[in-house]
Design a protein around this ligand. Structure first.
Ligand SMILES: [Zn+2]
Length: 437
């Protein structure tokens, strides 16, 4: 009898907890792309925004906790559409590291940097399903998990050849294997489906286009969207024409053209840039200045930083024969991202953070720098990581700071519209109205 009564008591307790927080005296940048609102106010009830706008229109319920932000700035939480959780400790990658504790610690790191949602792209272990379900049943205190669960790779192809990645994705070589893997995956409700389409600069076998198209088709049958790791223009074009939902890296072998732009626009294919990933391929060949930046250090350990400075590590970085090509790939990715955006292709925000030396949280701020360098305005960058990226996820109550949405937001000391670098001046981070930093 008592056990049966419990849910009622819990429900009453939840109602009774009705908690309202009022924030005032700040400039609101809501992520919609609209002009900032000076002297704004925000009301958050049980983690959701009930008012966002000029302080003059704010009606604070009696007894609400009020915080005066003293002229600071609020922008939406950052949504990262391409990351990887759980497989890395320090600079080593192994699926045996994929534990609840390790995933949580990475979600905490993301949150510290203002990243309030992340989409893990195809390298997860089953425990992630339970963690995601727990988050969605309540008000998370860490970055929100979205996940492709296990992605699709060509049998024996990239990335199963990367240390620690064997056995992580599904490996397929026939449409029948695609079908079987999709039937295993779909009931677990991945937020997207991931496929790796790459030959790692000719060093491995690439998944053939008909198999990638079979994945897109099989996913569609289950109502799922497919995101592709691509490198080459020809793959981006063939898959966009085949109904691909998103290219989750930039085309890097050449400049995009009208034919690709029209295929992406016609099929509603998104582009996610991952410029920070490109930078990571060469930036550590010499110790970068940011190794001594406390903003970088807060997301890693002194031991990792000293490894990054070590002769052994630098020697290994410089032994990569493809090293001289990497800065050019970044420049091409930057040009292409800007050109696609200016042509009206949908652009979302993503970094490919999480694998070794692609630092969760810090990468997202590098991405913003690299987007600014590519010609994006701070307002465009903010809109891309909030409004656009929530739309990508189909998350109707995330992204912008508007009535009815979850209060996932970042309080900044300096105005990010003056310089996107000011997005680093983080004073507080809220997820579902919980102050997590
Ligand atoms: Zn990735």
């Amino acid at each position: 009898m008592k056990v049966r009564m419990l849910p009622v008591f819990l429900a009453l307790a939840a109602l009774a907890s009705g908690e309202t927080v009022v924030l005032r005296n700040f400039t609101l940048i809501d992520g919609t792309g609209r002009a900032p609102v000076a002297n704004a106010g925000l009301v958050i009830t049980d983690g959701r925004i009930t008012y966002a706008g000029p302080a003059s229109g704010l009606k604070a319920p009696s007894g609400a906790r009020t915080a005066d932000l003293g002229g600071k700035f609020i922008m939406p939480g950052i949504i990262n559409l391409h990351g990887h959780l759980g497989n890395v400790v320090g600079l080593a990658q192994d699926p045996k590291f994929f534990t609840r504790e390790n995933v949580n610690s990475q979600l905490d790191t993301y949150a510290k940097y203002g990243v309030t949602s992340m989409l893990s792209m195809g390298s997860d272990q089953p425990v992630i399903e339970k963690m995601r379900a727990e988050q969605r049943a309540g008000r998370p205190r860490r970055a929100r998990i979205f996940t492709a669960l296990r992605g699709f790779a060509w049998k024996g192809g990239y990335p199963t050849t990367v240390p620690g990645m064997k056995g992580v994705p599904y490996e397929v070589s026939t449409p029948a294997e695609v079908e079987a893997a999709m039937n295993d995956l779909a009931p677990k409700h991945p937020d997207v489906v991931k496929v790796w389409v790459d030959d790692h600069l000719g060093k491995e076998q690439k998944i053939p286009t008909p198999i990638s198209l079979a994945i897109i088709k099989a996913a569609k049958k289950h109502g799922l969207h497919t995101c592709a790791h691509i490198f080459y223009y020809e793959d981006a074009k063939a898959l966009a024409e085949g109904g691909l939902y998103a290219c989750v890296h930039s085309v890097r072998d050449r400049d995009v053209d009208a034919a690709l732009i029209s295929a992406m626009k016609k099929n509603g294919t998104w582009q996610v840039g991952t410029l920070a990933r490109e930078m990571s391929t060469f930036i550590f060949a010499k110790p970068p200045a940011f190794l001594s930046d406390p903003f970088f250090a807060m997301g890693t350990t002194p031991s990792v930083i000293s490894t990054l400075r070590s002769d052994a590590f630098l020697k290994k970085q410089n032994a990569d024969h493809d090293l001289p090509k990497y800065p050019g790939f970044l420049a091409t990715a930057q040009r292409n991202l800007k050109k696609l955006y200016d042509s009206g292709v949908k652009v979302g925000f993503g970094t490919d953070s999480g694998p070794p030396a692609r630092f969760s949280g810090f990468s997202e701020h590098l991405e913003m720098d690299l987007m600014a360098q590519a010609g994006f305005t701070p307002m465009q960058i903010i809109t891309i990581f909030s409004k656009n990226s929530a739309e990508f996820l189909g998350a109707r109550d995330l992204g912008t700071i508007e009535k009815g949405h979850w209060a996932d937001l970042v309080v900044l000391a300096k105005n990010p519209l003056d310089n996107i670098r000011n997005a680093r001046s983080i004073e507080a981070v809220y997820i579902a109205g919980n102050k997590v930093r």
